[in-house]
Design a binder for this molecule. Structure first.
Ligand code: MRU
Length: 364
């Protein structure tokens, strides 16, 4: 299999001291440019400006950020606070930060030994992320086979969920790619995902590299695809999943879930259990990141599409209620139907869980 993984992020140790090297996602697909980050304020800025983005990758980034602060002798507690708050919705970020801080504290809370422990934990999370992608791809592909016997799917996706958001193949995109490799993908419908075009810029780029049959459409065209019977399933990722199964994902996802229900099309969310936040009871408790209005009023920096002074509404995410979600595919199996008990049960499974049927399905 062709390895499409890009080093979205890597740890390097030049003579000047450790750095985090990030693939600058804001420059894709035009340019593949790396950005070296030497301190936490620089990393926080890279996270806020979406140089590095996507829930699983943010978790790994947060952990490496703590390791960077520790290795360079910065105040680790302060670094952890600012990293965890850099973006509020993707729960993986705070999760990754917490894990590295716990390892640092357990190793004495200062000095080289503690710094090495934080780095080891970041590397462990990195490895887990690769494994999680593989497991989600396998569980997701089997689920598609059960929901849509016969194969040759037309899948619609939103935003970007591939290797760019992960140290592995990603979440929803990893399932679509697994289907493609098995000869089961007829077409991947890629929402452009305004305002920042993660679909058109990043998912289309990943699909092209993978040799997948795909088309990009404006977000508003999705409805006509459903109406024409051109969508067999929706596959999306998640930035935070509340205890009741409410899913926060890139703005526009909720509308797709309503369309999918109206047209009787399965709506499938793919995310590792590290994206599940059992401490948040429901969707109302999820803080939605509000971003600058210029992302809406400009097509690209300096290319305005609205009158000067236009006000803009720019939530980065929306929330899909559990009753509109057919299934949540995690790295520990599939939750379907989606409810609090089933989600909590899957989260409590071991990392190496295999269901007796081999497919990880709840209640099957
Ligand atoms: O604002 P972004 O680009 O970081 O948004 C995150 C996303 O890419 C999506 O919401 C995605 O589905 C979740 S991450 C796999």
């Amino acid at each position: 299999m062709v390895d499409l993984r890009l080093p979205s992020l890597r740890w390097a140790e030049p003579p000047e001291g450790p750095v985090l090297v990030l693939l600058d996602q804001t420059r894709l697909p035009a340019e593949e440019v790396e950005l070296s980050v030497t301190d936490v304020p620089g990393l926080v800025e890279a996270i806020r400006s979406l140089v590095v983005r996507g829930a699983p990758l943010l978790g790994v980034t947060g952990a490496y950020g703590v390791a960077l602060a520790a290795a360079r002798g910065y105040d680790v507690a302060e670094a952890a606070r600012s990293l965890a708050e850099a973006r509020p919705t993707a729960v993986n970020l705070a999760y990754g930060v917490r894990r590295a801080v716990a390892a640092y504290d357990a190793a004495g809370g200062s000095g080289e030994r503690a710094a090495a422990a934080a780095l080891a934990e970041a590397r462990a999370l990195h490895r887990e992320d690769v494994e999680d992608s593989e497991r989600m791809a396998a569980f997701g592909r089997e689920l598609l086979g059960e929901l849509l016997p016969g194969g040759r799917y037309r899948l619609l996706t939103h935003c970007n969920t591939g290797a760019l958001v992960s140290m592995g193949d990603g979440t929803a995109f990893a399932v679509a790619r697994a289907a493609h490799l098995a000869g089961e993908l007829r077409r991947l419908w890629v929402d452009e995902t305004r305002p920042l075009l993660q679909g058109a810029r990043l998912t289309a780029w990943e699909a092209a590299r993978a040799g997948m049959p795909y088309s990009v459409q404006v977000d508003g065209a999705a409805g006509s695809l459903f109406a024409a019977g051109e969508v067999d399933a929706v596959l999306v990722g998640a930035d935070r999943i509340a205890a009741d199964g409410s899913v926060a994902n890139k703005v526009g996802t909720y509308g797709l879930s309503v369309l999918a229900r109206h047209h009787g099309v399965p709506f499938v969310v793919v995310a590792p259990v590290s994206t599940v936040d059992l401490a948040t009871a429901d969707g109302a408790g999820i803080r939605i990141e509000q971003r600058s209005g210029h992302e809406v009023t400009e097509l690209a920096p300096g290319v305005s599409v609205a009158p000067v002074g236009a006000q803009a509404y720019n939530p980065a995410f929306d929330v899909t209620p559990p009753e509109l979600v057919t299934a949540i595919v995690t790295d520990r199996g599939v939750v379907s139907p989606v409810d609090h008990g089933a989600l909590a049960e899957v989260c409590s499974r071991s990392r190496s869980y295999q269901s007796p049927s081999g497919n990880g399905m709840m209640g099957s």
